[in-house]
Design a protein around this ligand. Structure first.
Ligand code: ADP
Ligand code: MG
Ligand code: ZN
Length: 476
């Protein structure tokens, strides 16, 4: 029998507002434990929440960018549960009237583009963090993250494979970054996903029994967890057993999941409308104001890069995949005046450096003007291409200033034509064999002589000038 895998994702993203959702504490990641806290976010009795306006604005921006309806009368609900990382013993969330409903993300399905529906987006507060100390055999709690604003983005069960799920997450992350609501740093947990997964006989319209794997924060782990869980469920059905609805924990080192709790012991959250916060009314004007202020979104940017800047489909896809590439690309193109050259450096040297050093685009740490400066120096023949690559590598690794670095390391091109001529003459004299080969019609020999001359000049002469001189001196 053939099976179909059915996946729905619940994505949590931490918003990059300056302050928390219901108090004035900072949302900054990390910090000494329990230093970003106040009586409100530490859940002291008698304190009252005050909603941060920016959270509503960020939620609306996200919803509109994803094609959602904005709920005009929205309110918060209280989700009750006991856990030591949640000092109030309830989370303020949204259940009945979430701020956004019905949007979508387009992915490239196996049979062409496909819309993944978003059922709703709601606002809520994050919980703290428990730190288990295996040496002291105790657990410590850090409340810094309590009250950091979150959006939960819930998809319909429209995804059919690990590849589709990862593409959906990549597209979603790009939109969140473009509209500036989250940095989406997965290693810092500011983007995490719960995977709901079931399988069913191919062609069936009914949904199978699902399991859930919570708080996954790497694309690779998500893809592996999906493959593994789909296979586990298919194996169960094949051997005549049933899938049990349960929450499972994925262990990425072992490459397997284990059952945590089943439906029977699922929590009853005893939701009720949050009594400490008034409902929010959003006017049509408000919605239009946010809509018109939206920045250019990934799909629009892709079209513009191809149609107006003449970039290839492949380069466009790569560069628009991250706002960090987009920012670097646009600044570099502006500085050097050539979008094509800017794209070539990003697709070539930058991608290689990111790859070799295992750096994510969000962690690039050099000045945004530096790549543009390198390209300008190269275009003005102030440095050779070889040196330009060397300088950019130092920009990437140590954030050096390109102009200062060139000067300090004496990388400026040799403009003294006499010196270039002397070096080329020496190479001709020392490589009789290649010279004869070239004269005998073997054109590759010229490449060798160019290489030798460039080496003699320590890569600092313009290659065209060296080539021109060689040809002249060899009587071409
Ligand atoms: P809950 O509130 O229990 O988490 P929801 O109905 O809100 O349940 O669904 C949560 C997520 O699970 C959604 O993304 C939804 O698309 C997905 N989902 C629901 N049923 C299934 C199923 N049978 N198979 C796969 N995904 C499912
Ligand atoms: Mg759920
Ligand atoms: Zn606080």
């Amino acid at each position: 029998m053939k099976y179909e895998v059915v996946i729905g994702l619940e994505v949590h993203t931490e918003l990059s507002t300056k302050t928390k959702i219901f108090c004035n504490c900072t949302t900054a990641f990390g910090g000494e434990p329990n230093t970003h806290v106040c009586p409100v976010c530490a859940g002291m009795p008698g304190t009252l929440p005050v909603l941060n306006r920016a959270v509503v604005e960020y939620a609306m921006r996200t919803g509109l960018a994803l094609g959602c309806e904005i709920t005009r009368y929205t309110k918060f609900d209280r989700k009750n549960y006991f856990y030591p990382d949640l000092p109030k013993a309830y989370q303020i969330s949204q259940l009945y009237l979430p701020i956004c409903t019905w949007g979508h993300v387009e992915v490239q399905g196996k049979e062409g583009p496909k819309q993944i529906r978003i059922k709703e987006i709601h606002m809520e507060e994050d919980a703290g963090k428990l730190i288990h100390d295996p040496f002291e055999e105790c657990t410590l709690v850090d409340y810094n993250r309590c009250g950091v604003p979150l959006l939960e983005i819930v998809s319909e069960p429209d995804l059919r494979s690990a590849e589709e799920a990862v593409e959906y997450l990549e597209k979603l992350r790009a939109v969140l970054q473009y509209v500036g609501v989250s940095d989406c740093k997965m290693q810092e947990g500011s983007l995490r996903a719960d995977i709901n997964l079931s399988v069913r006989p191919a062609g069936s319209q009914e949904l199978g029994v699902r399991t859930e794997m919570k708080n996954m924060n790497s694309f690779r782990a998500i893809a592996r967890a999906i493959e593994s869980e789909a296979q586990r469920q298919i194996d169960l059905l094949e051997s005549g057993e049933k899938v049990v609805q349960q929450t499972r924990r994925w262990d990425d080192t072992k490459g397997e999941s284990t059952a945590m709790r089943s439906k029977e012991d699922a929590q009853d959250y005893k939701y009720f409308p949050e009594p400490d916060l008034p409902p929010i009314s959003i006017s049509d004007e408000e919605v239009e104001r946010v809509r018109t202020a939206l920045p250019e979104l990934p799909e629009q940017k892709k079209r513009r890069y191809q149609e107006q800047l003449g970039l290839s489909a492949y380069d466009t896809e790569m560069i628009t995949s991250s706002i960090y590439f987009v920012r670097l690309f646009e600044r570099t193109a502006e500085l050097c005046g050539s979008p094509k050259e800017a794209a070539n450096w990003i697709m070539g040297d930058l991608m290689k450096l990111l790859n070799d050093t295992g750096t994510l685009p969000e962690n690039m740490a050099f000045h945004p003007d530096s790549l543009g400066k390198v390209i300008v120096m190269l275009a003005q023949n102030k440095i050779s291409r070889q040196s330009a690559k060397k300088v950019f590598e130092q920009v990437f690794k140590a954030d050096v200033d390109p102009e200062q670095y060139v000067q300090a390391n004496n990388l400026g091109v040799v403009t003294d034509t006499g010196a270039i001529r002397a070096a080329v003459e020496e190479v001709i004299a020392a490589n009789e064999k290649s010279v004869n080969e070239y004269r005998g019609g073997k054109t590759q020999a010229l490449q060798y002589l160019i290489g030798q001359s460039m080496r003699a000049l320590r890569g600092k002469a313009p290659a065209q000038e060296v080539t021109r001189l060689l040809k002249e001196l060899l009587g071409d």
